[in-house]
Ligand binder design. Structure first.
Ligand code: IVH
Length: 659
């Protein structure tokens, strides 16, 4: 090694050590001036000898890498989040639930950072990839931006392969600074640090993210056992040792509900003085053996929960009640009020659900109303301040005709519907639903663009989305578009054709078929033709599918227009098969039968888990059945299994099968 190379190595070591002391230990070891001197010396050497620039050099943090578009990244294991809870009672129930399985559980308590979660992958200790959570299975590659975050180590203290998850966030100070600069430039302000952080990691040019001064707080290791870690607390310590910033000064441990509540009270007090925004407390079972015993439901881990701080209420004035038409034709009254800041963002509208809700509340245009965010996300009207009325308020009156097409509205139960299938509002809402994230996830085809393309005649119905290519030349000419963005849009349209069945099933907008039901149906029927053939009785036999849903599904597929739509989409190349995301196939080729009442799992849930591992779950016991899982009060299937000598699993033995 020549002397220049060794000086570069030495400088990187000094700078990395200083950063570690500063960011991770909160304890600067050198002055800012010294730091700058070392840093500038390194920049000089690297620009003179570019061939000696190391891939983990701290000078990379100024950014400069520009990507053409965000590539998709499939997470090694799904990036889940916890269920939210909002009060003490729910904490007590959570603790009771945990103690049924793990009587001696204790918890780590961590501030719930208000940013966006990110996954960082290191190979031999070097950061190789960073991704957003996305839909939990597939996220976006944001490596170029994450490399600019000073609290993200580019090189770990150990040369290991590891994935680390944590929160990408913007400190209160950087947020203020960022908005001051945006104001100067006449750019729209970010409503809160979370939006600012999310907007910054979604920049193609990493020098923008670099200037925004983001931060990263590490809080989760997906594979702690690989490093012989036994508790979440040890995971956090290990993360700190590796060079990550953790919340080690604020994190706590609790043995019972009393200690949890006292931690929450304490943190609520400190909240306003913290350098970053938090919106609650995350509780995780500390012992990882306990964590494994508790496992997951279909959606979320059972071993943790997110307690959210109470929403803050603010007062404003109701300016207008605006009626909108949904994709099913349902009419919804919405409160439009003077914009107010609520729990970190600016809001100006909230749903008023239906006529009865408005009459119950006796809400009037001109009223002073209080607003809060339910679960901190969706704004809602809490109360009408009747004592503040002046007499000039206008009472609520339900409309009689569709605000978009003028058709007479029809009342069904509590709601009014526009029954005109060609009503533009219904079509546009249907298209928006089809392209949105939880359905076909077509990037670049948001609400505004759909509305514009609809009005310009490019997209009048769902198949038109897949024929958009033929308008390419016209689209490129549109203001705000260009070759690149149209190509990206066409790419995401093309990609959406490959989605698994549940996505398109939800996207079609069959009444009562939401995300969860679509998934259940897709897993059960495997392809749309099987589902189309299913009769109502068979559908109701599936857990979680009631008679209302079954009837609606049958009705949908009995309509020839809908079948024609599906056939047209098939011809355009859309996939209508179920694609399993599970890569674990250790139960391939096995067949299980469930009988009796299960306590710890819902039937559908356990069926899903087994199927995801490759097993088949059937309803009758034969000599080829691998095992019968027996709950309380089992039926004749249990007797038959005994007779045929098929292996019996009690509920407590299942873990051995699926862990
Ligand atoms: S653990 C399986 N720890 O809040 C969940 N999450 O529902 C693993 N968050 O989406 C996440 N602070 O983005 C964890 N200390 C913390 C957190 C935290 C904030 C976010 C995270 C997740 C949601 C939890």
């Amino acid at each position: 090694m020549n002397s220049i190379e060794s000086r570069i190595n030495e400088l990187i070591e000094i700078i990395n050590k200083a950063s570690y002391e500063y960011y991770v230990n909160d304890n600067p070891s050198i002055t800012d001036q010294e730091y700058d001197d070392y840093y500038n010396e390194l920049i000089k050497l690297e620009s003179k000898y570019p061939e000696l620039k190391r891939e983990d050099s701290p000078t990379l943090r100024v950014g400069g890498d520009v990507v053409e578009k965000f590539s998709k990244v499939t997470h090694k294991s799904p990036m889940l989040s916890f269920d939210d809870i909002f009060n003490e009672d729910e904490i007590v129930s959570f603790d009771e639930r945990i103690r049924k399985t793990c009587p001696n559980a204790s918890y780590t308590l961590e501030p719930k950072m208000d940013g966006l979660s990110g996954s960082l992958v290191y190979e031999k200790g070097i950061l190789v990839r960073a991704a957003t959570r996305g839909d939990g299975v597939i996220g976006e590659d944001i490596t170029h931006n994450v490399k600019t975050i000073k609290s993200v180590p580019l090189k770990l203290t150990k040369d290991i392969d590891i994935e680390v998850r944590g929160e990408i966030y913007m400190s209160k100070k950087s947020f203020e600074k960022c908005n001051v600069e945006r104001k100067k430039k006449g750019e729209p302000l970010f409503a809160n640090p979370r939006n600012a952080a999310a907007g910054s990691v979604r920049q193609l040019d990493s020098s923008i993210a670099a200037k925004r001064n983001l931060d990263f707080m590490a809080y989760f290791l997906p594979n702690p056992d690989v490093y012989n870690i036994k508790t979440q607390d040890e995971s956090l310590k290990f993360l700190k040792e590796l060079g990550f910033v953790t919340n080690y000064k604020l994190n706590g441990i609790a043995k019972n509900v009393k200690e949890i509540i006292s931690y929450i009270d304490d943190l609520s007090e400190k909240r306003k003085d913290l350098p970053f925004e938090i919106d609650g407390v995350v509780l995780k079972v500390n012992n990882l053996d306990d964590e494994a015993k508790l496992g997951f439901t279909q959606r979320v881990p059972r071993w943790g929960i997110a307690y959210k701080f109470p929403a803050i209420e603010v007062l404003t004035t109701l300016k207008e009640i605006k009626f909108t038409v949904g994709r099913t034709g349902k009419i919804t009254p919405n409160a439009i009020f003077s914009p107010v800041h609520v729990a970190g963002s600016v809001v100006s509208k909230a749903t008023l659900h239906n006529e009865d809700y408005c009459i119950d509340k006796d809400i009037r245009v001109g009223d002073v109303i209080s607003i809060r965010k339910a679960g901190d996300v969706i704004p809602e009207v809490v109360e009408v301040k009747k004592e503040r009325r002046t007499g000039k308020e206008t009472p609520f009156k339900m409309i009689e005709t569709c605000p978009m097409c003028g058709s007479k509205l029809v009342k069904e139960d509590a709601n009014y519907f526009c029954k005109n299938l060609n009503c533009p509002a219904r079509s546009i809402e249907g298209l928006i639903h089809f392209a949105s994230r939880d359905t076909m996830n077509i990037d670049g085809l948001g609400d505004r663009i759909i509305e514009d393309f609809y009005n310009m005649g490019f997209i009048k119905n769902i198949p038109d989305i897949y024929k958009l290519e033929k308008h390419k030349e016209d689209l490129i000419e549109l203001e705000g578009f260009g070759n690149k963005s149209i190509n990206n849009l066409l790419d995401s349209i093309q990609n959406s054709k490959k989605n698994s069945l549940e996505k398109v099933l939800f996207a079609l907008g069959i009444r009562y078929v939401g995300k969860k039901t679509a998934k259940i149906l897709a897993k059960y029927y495997k392809n749309i033709d099987n589902l189309i053939k299913a009769d109502e009785q068979e559908l109701t036999n599936i857990n979680d599918v009631g008679s209302v849903i079954a009837k609606s599904i049958k009705e949908y597929f009995s309509n020839e227009k809908n079948i024609a739509l599906i056939n047209e989409l098939k011809a355009l190349g859309l996939n209508f098969e179920y694609i399993s995301t599970s890569t674990d196939s250790r139960l391939d080729g096995t067949t299980y039968v469930l009988t009796g009442t299960l306590e710890r799992y819902k039937r559908e849930e356990l069926t899903n888990i087994l199927e995801n591992l490759g097993a088949k779950v059937t309803s009758s016991v034969t000599k080829n059945t691998t095992g019968v899982i027996v709950g309380d009060k089992p039926g004749s299937k249990y007797d038959k299994a005994l007779k045929l000598g098929v292996k019996i699993y009690k509920e407590e033995d299942i873990e051995e099968l699926i862990k």
